[in-house]
Design a protein around this ligand. Structure first.
Ligand code: UD1
Length: 420
């Protein structure tokens, strides 16, 4: 298994291009199932999760491929009328976002059978809110043998109030509602930029949607959708990770393509920590201070501070000149990186869903191992600052969400290498 070795102590400088958003791409790929013609997605990141979903779409009988010659960044997806609307356990267990095919399959084919995703490293992550939405739209749902089976000849518009803000839940029910008969209102909807990007693509496919990006989305159902050509938004979590890489090394980096409007909370916290962050016509530029300040952070739904940046910011705050308090409010069990950061010399205490991070003067390189995607990124960031070499094992987690992170860091001067 690959490892990434990071030799710390280099101040990062220069420009780096951010990739397309993973969390926008996955629902867009599922949405392609709704179109009667082919869909072309551009600016798709080259990641293992995208490969898994392509494989799932092909298993169901859709044409789904990376367009040759486009450096794996363009996908073509076409689902004909003979698609078999079933997603087997084998693929769903590799990536829980596979559950996003449920809404589109149900809406277009009147039936879907999708394996339940099960738990994952960062908590139980149920899909009860997705199912609540489909039921409200008139679907009959049964759970049998580890599979969700949903049926409806034609979904009917309804008001769905989510008990909890859920990103993929909002996306899944939105994709079902676009082909339902009549009006659907989604209350307490997720406001993430990825939901907005999905709504933009669906609208270009012929859907009638208002309010995406707010917590109240209204959909007028239509009878059919066509394919679309759509460019995926930039990945705000990768952008944020690269900004922290600049900050933690006291460097000066322009993250090209980063969208300031998607990163308000992250930029706000970086500024509180003493960084200079400016929006330029090309992206966001971050300059790290000689000494970082402590910052208190609470993860919340967008537009609040994203849970997907919590581990990376913790690496940064572990070398600030004081004590920071970080609360994780979205997922239980999302502090697995703490034990590894401590092995590098960080002083962090966890109490329930709160981590108290007492800044230390230096971190030291160590062999470490990550158990989830963002945790791996946080260890690489800590490695950039640490003395000596940090060896990060199990980088397949990192590869699920970052396209060539070590190569991007190298272009900024980092001594980060992948070791087979
Ligand atoms: C998405 C992102 C993930 C991010 C998360 C929160 C994708 C592919 N993944 O995950 O990177 O960390 O949003 O920003 O976009 N919940 C329920 N019932 C449900 C659904 C969710 O109780 O039916 C709970 C979850 O357990 C969790 C919280 O709601 O505690 C938020 O989860 P959700 O927004 O659904 O996360 P995902 O969409 O899975």
């Amino acid at each position: 298994m690959d490892q990434i070795h990071v030799e710390g102590g280099v101040r990062l400088e220069g420009e780096v291009q951010v990739s397309g958003s993973k969390n926008a791409t996955l629902p867009l790929m599922a949405a392609a199932l709704l179109g009667e013609g082919p869909t072309l997605l551009r600016n798709v990141p080259d990641l293992a999760d995208v490969t898994t979903l392509l494989q799932l779409l092909r298993t169901m009988g859709a044409d789904a491929e990376r367009v040759p010659g486009a450096e794996r960044h363009v996908l073509r997806i076409h689902a004909g009328p003979d698609v078999v609307p079933e997603a087997p356990y084998d693929l769903v267990r590799r990536m829980r976002a596979s559950v996003l095919v449920l809404g589109p399959l149900l809406a277009r084919f009147g039936r879907a059978r999708v394996s339940l995703p099960g738990g994952c490293a960062i908590g139980a992550r149920p899909i009860d809110q997705h199912l609540k939405g489909f039921r409200a739209l008139g679907a009959a749902i049964s759970l049998e043998g580890g599979y969700v089976e949903a049926r409806a000849d034609r979904l009917r518009g309804a008001t769905v109030r989510f008990d909890k803000v859920t990103v993929t839940g909002t996306e899944n029910v939105l994709m079902a509602a676009v082909l339902a008969e009549g009006t659907t209102v989604l209350e307490n909807a997720a406001r993430e930029p990825e939901v907005e990007d999905l709504a933009r693509a669906l609208t270009a496919m012929g859907a009638r949607i208002q309010g995406a990006g707010s917590d109240l989305i209204t959909v007028e159902g239509v009878t059919r959708l066509h394919g679309v050509e759509h460019t995926v938004i930039a990945d705000r979590i990768e952008s944020g990770t690269l900004l922290v890489a600049a900050a933690i090394t006291g460097g000066d980096v322009l993250v090209k393509g980063a969208v300031a409007a998607h990163l308000d909370a992250v930029v706000g916290k970086l500024r509180e920590a003493g960084c200079t962050v400016v929006a330029t016509p090309d992206g966001l530029r971050c300059k790290g201070p000689p000494q970082l300040h402590p910052v208190d952070v609470q993860t919340t739904e967008h537009p609040g501070f994203p849970t997907d940046m919590q581990a990376q910011l913790m690496a940064l705050l572990s070398v600030a000149d004081g004590t920071s308090v970080m609360s994780e409010n979205i997922f239980e069990n999302r502090f697995m990186h703490v034990a590894e950061l401590r092995r590098m010399g960080a002083d962090i205490r966890v109490e329930g869903h709160t981590a108290v991070v007492k800044g230390v003067h230096t971190l030291s390189g160590a062999p470490v191992m990550a158990t989830d995607l963002r945790a791996s990124a946080s260890l690489i960031l800590a490695g950039l600052r640490a003395s000596g070499v940090t060896r990060v094992a199990r980088v397949y987690h990192l590869d699920r969400g970052y396209e060539g992170l070590e190569r991007k860091l190298q272009t900024l001067g980092a001594r980060a290498t992948r070791v087979k």
